[in-house]
Design a protein around this ligand. Structure first.
Ligand code: GLY
Length: 343
């Protein structure tokens, strides 16, 4: 068995420089640039989209590094305590501990990195990037991921805010009427089970593609639960010849359908990004036995390497369509996608 590092070392011994060998053997040639590139996308609407995409677009429009652009954009939600589905301020697991999942994928060398069940680090996508760039591995989880982050200078902090602590206490106090917790008599609880998450996808002016998915996962999850966000091909997939697909929503469905990989393959076989997003939703509905069996939601976003955008959700309603935001030379734009089941 030969790992990536040994392979590169072998090439070095053969007199082939490692960086040039890596790029010669692994890089996919970018297609000619489309007029819409560079472009950066996130799986949010008007309200968050502008805030999230601004730092990434500022990098891309000056022809900066694509990976820096998507990381800086994803960091916006990770660092914002008011977003309860990603990073700092994310809703915790059933023990009241925030466990974060994230992945990054880079089209040109088809490399990727991911962290799961990462505690105490506000910006898991930045740790995932270091896993990709500074190790020979792809996934680091739990304490190992946190130790690795500390080794690279990340600070371990309490990620539970006063607001998310209170929401967690409310959930816990209302779990059962047979335990010893008493909810306040006039409690007006918010018991939503959030699966927020964010995907940030980008194409630079050369047509190179990259993406990030980052989340605090399903609120009140069983400690140790890993969702789709850090799983390559589930919560995100990037192929430099085709484009990128990312997902938010119920992660278990994205994992068992390999949904993001499937979306990229649909695009490779000729579907538009929009058609691919809808086809992934349909596949998940079919796997579950049809629309009447579906009581969850997933939202898929796609970006082709030509800068074409897609967005579809399994469930939606008029006025509550899934949204996607982009920033390109044409400016910022929030667009409504489609849904397959009216709820
Ligand atoms: N899609 C986020 C999760 O299920 O964890």
């Amino acid at each position: 068995m030969i790992n990536r590092r040994k392979f590169i070392q072998t090439l070095s011994l053969m007199g082939i420089s490692t960086t040039s060998a890596k790029s010669r053997l692994m890089a996919k040639p970018a297609k000619p640039n489309s007029k819409d590139n560079p472009i950066i996308l996130c799986s949010r609407g008007e309200q968050w989209g502008r805030k999230v995409l601004k730092p990434g677009w500022d990098i891309l429009r000056k022809n900066g590094e694509l990976l820096d652009a998507i990381e800086k954009s994803a960091n916006v939600t990770e660092l914002d305590p008011n977003d309860t589905s990603v990073g700092y301020g994310g809703l915790p697991n059933e023990d009241g501990v925030v466990q974060l999942d994230a992945q990054i994928m880079n089209g040109p060398d088809h490399n990727c990195g991911s962290v799961a069940c990462l505690e105490g680090i506000k910006t898991p996508c930045s740790v995932a990037r270091l896993v990709m760039e500074r190790t020979d591995h792809i996934h680091l989880v739990g304490k190992g991921a946190q130790d690795f982050a500390r080794m690279h200078g990340f600070k371990v902090e309490n990620l539970l805010t006063e607001s998310t602590r209170k929401i967690w206490v409310e959930w816990k106090e209302n779990l059962s009427d047979k335990d010893d917790y008493f909810p306040p008599a006039d409690g007006n609880y918010n018991r939503d089970r959030s699966t927020g998450t964010i995907n940030v996808l980008g194409v630079n002016k050369n047509g190179d593609v990259a993406g990030i998915t980052t989340t605090s996962g399903l609120a009140w999850k069983i400690p140790g639960r890993v969702g789709d966000s850090p799983i390559i091909g589930a919560g995100l997939y990037v192929d430099n010849e085709v484009g990128a697909v990312g997902a938010t929503g119920r992660g278990e469905e994205m994992i068992r359908s390999c949904g993001s990989f499937l979306g990229v393959e649909y695009m490779r076989n000729g579907m538009s990004p929009q058609e691919a997003c809808e086809a992934v939703c349909k596949r998940i509905i079919d796997i579950n036995g049809g629309p009447s069996k579906v009581d969850f939601n997933d939202k898929i976003v796609a970006l082709s390497k030509d800068g074409e955008v897609g967005c579809a959700a399994i469930q939606g309603r008029k006025g509550g369509e899934p949204t996607v935001a982009t920033w390109s030379k044409k400016g910022f734009k929030a667009t409504k996608g489609t849904y397959l089941i009216e709820v």
